[in-house]
Design a protein around this ligand. Structure first.
Ligand SMILES: [Zn+2]
Ligand SMILES: [Zn+2]
Length: 345
């Protein structure tokens, strides 16, 4: 039996790892099986030339396509006059901007299947969005994220991500900023650099590495296949990466995602988040830009449920050993299974 607590330095909290729990018989929910998807879907709101819910028509785009979200959670049209709550409660207009970024006109592709130059172009698009939206005075943070797969609630497979540019800083980032800042003040070092150093010292959990970028399954992973992808040098966001760093990051991202898809020869579901420094004008030295992947599945048919410890207590209980899961990912092919099996032209 393997059983221990690991400290999550970026969240400043414990993760309990109890790997023996994996063997319990499972009688819960299973994941829907994968269907074949066409390259173009006339009913898809994101496919080129199609009509969206708002009545706007998509361009006949050929590369990356960015547009304002038709159902924004935050937006310029958020009701400005709000009723005042009682006592200590407070509210504020859900001001900001919300956008959708389609990675490709092809409905049936995933980020993992895009060619390297296309992934690099996407990184440049994210960088431009971060710069443009972050420069607006009312925007204090730009959250770029992708929800992928039906198990995370996405029914439309068209490859896309979303951007929420908000007048507040999302909690996880706020915590990382504070914790990283504190670490810098106490030690003179960047916290994420210390994490990278520990990972490179151990080496077992590194999934991919090139000259300036790295992908790894961290020591403190809360989800079975949780992975981080980051430039090795400290940057507050994509804005300051040089051309070589952008290319290297695209390569690390692709390498990691191909392994995800190869794991069960299926488009691998995940929640991807870009952790950019806030754009609130404050000093964010000590913050290191990175991308986090939180896949909800432990096995093809087994979801990680958030229950008592996670929802009720606020700390994660992991059923899998990070070194085992990293070894699994490392052992997989570097070529996407669809390319190998000739499913792709
Ligand atoms: Zn589509
Ligand atoms: Zn983070």
């Amino acid at each position: 039996m393997k059983w221990e607590q690991r400290w999550h330095p970026l969240r400043s909290e414990w993760v309990i790892i109890a790997a023996h729990r994996q063997n319990r018989p499972w009688q819960g929910e299973t994941v829907a099986s994968q269907r074949t998807t066409p390259e173009f879907d006339a009913n898809c709101f994101f496919c080129p030339g199609n009509l969206r819910v708002s009545g706007a028509r998509n361009d006949a785009y050929r590369g990356i396509y960015v547009f304002d979200n038709d159902h924004p959670c935050v937006g310029p049209n958020a009701p400005p006059e709000l009723s005042s709550p009682t006592g200590i409660y407070r509210n504020s207009p859900a001001d900001g901007l919300s956008r959708v970024v389609c990675y490709s006109p092809k409905h049936n592709l995933t980020l993992a299947e895009l060619e390297l130059p296309e992934i690099e172009a996407l990184l440049h698009s994210w960088r431009a969005q971060y710069a443009e939206l972050g420069a607006r005075p009312e925007v204090h943070h730009v959250l770029v994220f992708e929800n992928k797969g039906e198990v995370v609630g996405v029914s439309n497979p068209h490859p896309h991500c979303q951007i929420y540019a908000t007048n507040f800083v999302f909690k996880t980032i706020e915590n990382e900023v504070r914790i990283s800042r504190q670490h810098l003040e106490e030690t003179g070092r960047v916290l994420f650099q210390d994490i990278l150093q520990a990972e490179r010292q151990d080496t077992r959990r590194i999934i991919f590495e090139n000259a300036s970028a790295i992908a790894f399954l961290p020591y403190f992973a809360r989800y079975a296949y949780e992975c981080y992808v980051a430039p090795k040098a400290t940057h507050e966001g994509l804005s300051t990466l040089g051309p070589d760093e952008m290319r290297d990051l695209a390569q690390a991202l692709k390498a990691m995602l191909v392994k995800y898809d190869n794991l069960w020869s299926t488009p691998f579901p995940y929640v991807m988040t870009l952790h950019h420094a806030p754009t609130d004008g404050a000093d964010h030295r000590g913050f290191h830009f990175h991308m986090e992947f939180h896949p909800p599945l432990r096995t093809p048919n087994l979801l990680k449920y958030l229950a008592g410890p996670e929802i009720g207590g606020g700390n994660f209980l992991s059923d899998t050993w990070p070194e085992d899961k990293a070894a699994e990912l490392r052992s997989l092919a570097d070529v996407h299974y669809k390319t190998r099996s000739g499913q792709k032209p």
